[in-house]
Design a protein around this ligand. Structure first.
Ligand code: CO8
Length: 374
């Protein structure tokens, strides 16, 4: 078995950003119009009035202040409330491929690698834009990578599950190096007319190069000391969109064909599972929580991360140093979130520092990757 390192990471951030105030203004304008247009039915008790949203609630309940998105106009247009992303011809690179190439280019550069050094591509994300051909195979072609590519989806935990898959592939000698990418257009699967969830997600793409330690020359190396994954079935985060929808037309366009969740239950059930998994994983690799300099946690909710860090540390974390936050600017970018935090907050760590990349989300799915800076 070969020792394996993460030798480079990359990030693509879409140029458009929507603040809470902008998002709430659009949602509330739609809600007020809906309530006016349906005033009679609402007064007669035949229809429930749509409640208004508030920026204060969003920031307090989640820590989110804004989100980057691939298309702003379509989301904020109250006659649409869906991003406008024109279909492309089969001769053009798809938008997920385009985002992946941008993030991968930075990851390759930081790893000091070129396409010729990579033997496999994994696209791991929540929101795949088509069933086939795999986006990973398209990314391979766009970058000129030989070998193999495949897509995988474990919702918000796709990246950590992708890192484990890539690390196993490299450690067993099946590949010298693997590119693992997380293109997430979460706004394509959001219900911007649902007050409870309209603020939760944003768009981004991250990329990670995983390679043999003995080959690595990068200045940004983290040895993977261990990976630990857990899944436990839950309907509390669900999206019923799929290829069989057309086999029952009555369900097409219903809210359950977009992201839906029982946020409170997720919060309550997932936090203890995450803290326990990280604690057990650290024990397995003979480290204690005190040995960990940084937790790059999944970026869904600041209060969740505070609670998890508190459970582990027995005190409030120093967010800047111990559990960096990117969800204030990015919102929840699903699988990309913990990797954005890892990418942005790693260069200051001295060699020998230990860190944990941890994701959690739909499934439920939880993934922990323990690393040591080289
Ligand atoms: N404005 C004002 N008030 C609001 C709003 C709003 N926008 N939304 C809700 N309220 C109200 C509620 O109606 C409720 O009112 P009342 O008390 O009268 O009933 C009150 O505020 C409190 O509501 P909640 O109990 O729902 O509020 P919480 O404090 O629980 O906060 C959160 C809601 C922020 C959603 C929180 O529960 C949370 O973050 N939970 C965890 C969610 C999570 O991490 N989910 C993971 C999902 S991501 C994932 O797994 C990947 C899926 C794949 C990606 C798909 C991409 C689209």
């Amino acid at each position: 078995m070969q020792k394996v390192v993460i030798s480079g990471t990359g990030l693509y951030t879409p140029p458009n950003s929507i603040s809470n105030d902008e998002l709430v203004a659009s949602y509330n304008a739609w809600a007020e119009r809906f309530n006016q247009e349906n005033a009679e039915a609402i007064d007669a008790g035949e229809l429930a009035a749509v409640p208004l949203s508030s920026s204060e609630f969003i920031e307090k309940a989640s820590g989110i202040k804004s989100r980057h998105v691939v298309n702003k106009r379509g989301i904020l247009d109250i006659d649409r409330m869906v991003p406008e992303i024109p279909e492309r011809s089969n001769d053009e690179w798809s938008i997920l491929c385009e985002m992946s190439v941008k993030a991968a280019t930075e990851a390759l550069e930081r790893a000091g690698r070129t396409a010729a050094d990579i033997d496999g591509v994994i696209v791991a994300c929540s929101n795949l834009q088509r069933p086939y051909p795999a986006i990973a195979v398209e990314v391979q072609a766009a970058l000129g990578i030989q070998g193999f590519g495949f897509d995988m989806n474990v919702a918000c935990s796709s990246a950590t599950f992708g890192i484990q898959t890539a690390a196993n592939t490299v450690s067993t000698g099946q590949a010298r190096a693997v590119l693992m990418v997380n293109p997430e257009i979460c706004t394509g699967h959001m219900n911007f007319r649902d007050r409870d969830s309209h603020f939760i997600f944003g768009d981004a793409c991250t990329a990670v190069i995983i390679e043999r330690a003995e080959d690595a020359t990068s200045e940004h190396q983290f040895e993977i000391l261990g990976t630990k994954l857990l899944t436990q079935f839950s309907n509390n985060i669900r999206n019923n969109f799929g290829f069989l929808n057309r086999a029952d037309e009555s369900g097409i366009g219903q809210p359950d064909k977009l992201f839906v969740q029982e946020g409170r239950k997720v919060f309550r059930e997932v936090c203890p599972m995450v803290a326990e998994l990280i604690g057990n994983h650290l024990e397995e690799v003979k480290l204690s929580v005190a040995d960990v300099s940084r937790f790059w946690l999944h970026q869904a909710n600041l209060n969740m991360n505070m609670l998890i860090a508190r459970k582990l540390l027995g005190r409030d974390p120093d967010l800047e140093k111990e559990a960096p936050v990117v969800l204030d600017e990015y919102a929840n970018t699903s699988s990309a979130g913990s990797i954005i935090a890892f990418h942005k907050y790693q260069d200051d760590l001295p060699s020998g520092s230990h860190g944990v990349i941890c994701s959690f989300g739909a499934g439920y799915s939880i993934g922990s990757v323990i690393v040591r800076k080289r």
